[in-house]
Design a protein around this ligand. Structure first.
Ligand code: CTP
Length: 409
């Protein structure tokens, strides 16, 4: 999920850097906008380095060209549409007043008017400014419009006074963000081990066997699990995707490396989701030097690679294990067979021959085949939505197992 974090000009602006980290740990993709005042306190470079995105500054900068101004105006509409939430922390008395009055004279205030996403503001200022009727009236007005205002803490203020005005703690701000987004934390206490992407099996130092997996499904599962409160270990074959911040990322290349990484992290995992497209076969021999052109034909001998999912069997215990089945024909037959043959509680099957499912697209069409016999065909959904539904099903199976165990006693 994407959050635009507006940083306005106050001493507490430095605290926004730590806030970015905390948001990233919950799998949010954070983009920072700074007012001109904020740039007096913290350099935009700090936020650019932390977020990996360019920091959006004051709109219509003095002396900028008409072209630049038009681009800037278009950009704020694009930001307004792509974000899931606008958070302003710290929010000055000035920005609260502008939001309340609907004044749009820079990027942040324009974004506030242009977005339909929920808005959370965390004010920080001198105690007298906070308690002033003007500010309190503005806050009441914003609240009446549905803006979530995270009240400042009491304490020693930068101006030397003591009272309400300190930026609220990061925990309180994060809680407000989760509530505004109606996010569940139903996986807190769980450790989810996810495999994703393809594997690459080397033929020689420059050539390898691989497949069309982009890794998007597995990364979506990892991000969804993290935002629902789980600790996540993501074991990933080579992909073009950036590792999501806030999780334990284990990059691997071959099936053998993936097997070792899964074995190393299995003990701590309570849920295992194997979304990787592991090569079933690998070259029997890896040539130490590049194979030269010459022979009129070449035979590549392949051997079975380790079946990582099958190997979990003896160590499965109470873990909920999810396997994927990428099929091009007789989907249900293959998926039911896999459910019996492998140590899995849930098989997520998709027909990769469809153009709106499977490799390199943002959507997926899957059917769940669960250990308890239920079969659920889902409509066409984004991979993130599929990820959420997989996690819902994992929790359902987990509570069913707990219930059965209790009854058996
Ligand atoms: N898998 C694995 N190790 C392998 C092959 C597959 O862990 N060497 C996992 C995949 O991550 C996936 C599941 O097993 O979750 C099913 O993979 P798939 O290739 O669809 O099934 P196979 O068991 O290989 O069966 P088939 O080749 O008949 O499709």
């Amino acid at each position: 999920m994407r959050i635009a974090l507006g940083v306005t000009g106050g001493v507490a602006a430095y605290k926004a850097a730590e806030l970015v980290r905390r948001l990233q740990q919950e799998a949010f993709d954070v983009e920072v906008l700074m007012t001109r005042g904020a740039e007096e306190f913290v350099r935009p470079l700090t936020f650019a380095a932390l977020t990996g995105h360019k920091v959006i500054g004051a709109m219509f900068a003095e002396g900028s060209s008409r072209q630049a101004n038009v681009e800037s105006a278009i950009e704020h509409i694009a930001v307004a549409q792509r974000i899931d939430l606008l958070l302003v922390a710290p929010a000055t008395a000035d920005v609260l007043a502008k939001f309340a009055a609907g004044i749009a004279d820079d990027f942040l205030t324009t974004l506030y008017l242009a977005t339909k996403a929920p808005v959370v503001v965390a004010p920080a200022m001198n105690v007298n400014m906070w308690e002033h009727r003007a500010t309190q009236e503005n806050v009441a007005r914003l609240r009446s419009r549905g803006v979530c205002v995270v009240a400042p803490d009491e304490g020693y203020l930068a101006c030397g006074m003591t009272g309400a005005g300190r930026l609220a703690g990061h925990d309180a701000i994060l809680q407000a963000v989760r509530e505004a987004l109606d996010l569940r934390r139903d996986l807190s206490g769980e450790t989810v081990l996810v495999t994703a992407g393809p594997t690459c099996e080397d033929i020689d130092p420059v050539r390898f066997l691989t497949n069309r997996s982009s890794g998007r499904m597995g990364y979506a599962v990892a991000e969804a699990a993290m935002s629902r409160g789980a600790e996540v270990v993501l074991v990933s074959g080579p992909t073009a995707l950036a590792p999501p911040p806030g999780l334990t990322f284990v990059p691997v290349r071959s099936a053998e490396q993936m097997r070792r990484a899964v074995n190393a992290h299995l003990d701590s995992a309570t849920i295992v989701i194997m979304a990787a497209a592991v090569a079933d076969y690998r070259p029997t021999l890896r040539h130490p030097h590049k194979v030269k052109r010459g022979a009129p034909s070449l035979t590549l001998e392949l051997e079975l690679s380790p079946d990582i999912l099958a190997e979990i069997g003896p160590r499965k215990e109470d873990r909920v294990v999810v396997g994927f089945a990428a099929e091009t024909e007789r989907l249900a037959d293959h998926a039911r067979r896999k459910l019996k043959a492998k140590p899995v509680d849930l098989v997520v099957a998709n027909d990769v021959s469809r153009c709106d499912a499977g490799f390199d697209v943002d959507t997926n069409v899957v059917t769940f085949f669960s250990r308890d016999g239920s079969e659920t065909e889902l409509p066409r959904l984004t991979k993130r939505e599929v990820a959420e539904r997989i996690l819902d099903e994992v929790l359902r199976l987990k509570s069913r197992t707990a219930h059965e165990r209790k009854n058996a006693r």
